[in-house]
Design a protein around this ligand. Structure first.
Ligand code: PLP
Length: 380
């Protein structure tokens, strides 16, 4: 039996707040906080002596992430955020493909998935939601002869709708359409088998469900994708020196980039904080991903039942458990802002998203947290 009370104690935020903002940013648990301190303590006491070893640890971390997604370490790296990752992809398209071409995405996407493409003038076409869902048939209906790729979030940030990536990916592969996924609101609580889903590129910013703060975005690409669309940017860490030297110092001398995802590394990055994600991943794996998913279903079931009892309109599509996530949104009509503000006064923290009220539950939340929220919704 999982000791959820013990896990709750790892999140001191629970002493002060009833925290339903993890889909914005999760607080970090004590073991991860200690790991971050330890990384900086080592830097403080030893300087950069550990850099080569740390890069090896980074590769191991990429391997552990890869294992969760049924791929290998060579296909994983980190970039600064999902917006950067998508902008790199947009630049690749600009460099490699002559218009006309278009990309299909979802109307409700968080802008990180789409701004980089729109900014470069790439034609974007948006599928419209149907009761906050995106039926696969409605996405496929939008494909035309010029469609190059489909970009979707695994879990929509405002509604929590979880797409069936395996079914969508199969359809896209059979039509030769590239498949890009933003798993920021899902990973690592809902890891996806990238091979089964025929995913070409996946990003997941980790300050939400990665429990490690702003450490950037995990970035998956397939070898085939990297070959077809070489990285549009490079830096010294992108170069494969083939063991000759650590740093490519030559000027006007031809060089080769890594054929692995490390072609995207460009230069140094926030390695100390990123390495602490290993502790977060071990912590999550120790609890167990299926156990976490079941806990989230239990907590959100309880919330949904409470909202229904109070006749409150639920915005999230919640009838199919596979389409659920850690996010449940509801509305009180014109009173949403007032209610969020009133709850904040009582240290119950909720997000306004897309005109509605977003609740996100995490492994530290409990039934008493949800009772507190439901009590605020209950008329006197
Ligand atoms: C679905 C989704 N993608 C990405 C982000 C963050 O994007 P970025 O990493 O570009 O800051 C968020 C929220 O902050 C999000 O909800």
């Amino acid at each position: 039996m999982t000791d959820w009370d013990k896990i709750r104690k790892d999140f001191p935020v629970t002493k002060n707040k009833t925290y339903f903002l993890s889909a914005a940013m999760s607080p970090i648990p004590i073991p991860v906080f200690n790991a971050i301190l330890q990384e900086y303590r080592t830097l403080h006491e030893l300087g950069e002596l550990n850099f080569p070893k740390d890069m090896e640890r980074f590769k191991k971390l990429c391997g552990d992430i890869a294992e969760l997604m049924n791929t290998n370490a060579d296909n994983i790296t980190f970039v600064q955020n999902t917006s950067t990752a998508m902008s790199l992809l947009a630049l690749s398209f600009k460099n490699q493909i002559k218009p006309p071409f278009n990309i299909i995405s979802m109307q409700d996407e968080f802008p990180s998935s789409t701004v980089g493409f729109e900014y470069l003038g790439i034609k974007m076409r948006y599928a419209q939601p149907l009761n906050a869902r995106y039926p696969i048939a409605s996405i496929l209906d939008m494909i035309d002869n010029h469609t190059l790729a489909v970009i979707t979030s695994q879990v929509q940030y405002a509604t929590g709708f979880q797409q069936n990536l395996i079914a969508l990916g199969k359809e896209l592969r059979s039509r030769d359409i590239l498949f890009f996924v933003n798993s920021t609101q899902a990973f690592p609580f809902y890891p996806i088998d990238v091979q089964a889903a025929h995913i070409d590129v996946l990003t997941a910013s980790l300050h939400k469900w990665g429990l490690t703060g702003h450490i950037g975005t995990m970035f998956f690409t397939t070898p085939e994708f990297r070959e077809l669309f070489p990285t549009p940017c490079a830096g010294w860490l992108s170069i494969n020196t083939k063991g000759k030297s650590f740093i490519h110092t030559g000027k006007n001398i031809p060089f080769h980039l890594h054929s692995t995802a490390h072609c995207y590394d460009s230069g140094t990055f926030n390695l100390q904080a990123v390495l602490a994600f290993q502790t977060a991943l071990d912590y999550i794996n120790q609890i167990g991903i299926t156990i976490i998913q079941n806990r989230i279903i239990e907590l959100t079931d309880y919330l949904i039942a409470g909202l229904r009892k109070l006749n409150i309109t639920i915005i999230s599509p919640v009838s199919e458990s596979e389409e659920r996530s850690a996010i449940v949104s509801f509305t009180l009509g014109n009173n949403n802002k007032e209610f969020i503000d009133a709850c904040a006064q009582q240290h119950i923290l909720l997000s306004p998203r897309d005109g509605n009220i977003r609740v996100s539950v995490n492994i530290f939340n409990n039934f008493a947290d949800i009772d507190k929220l439901l009590r605020c919704l209950t008329p006197d």
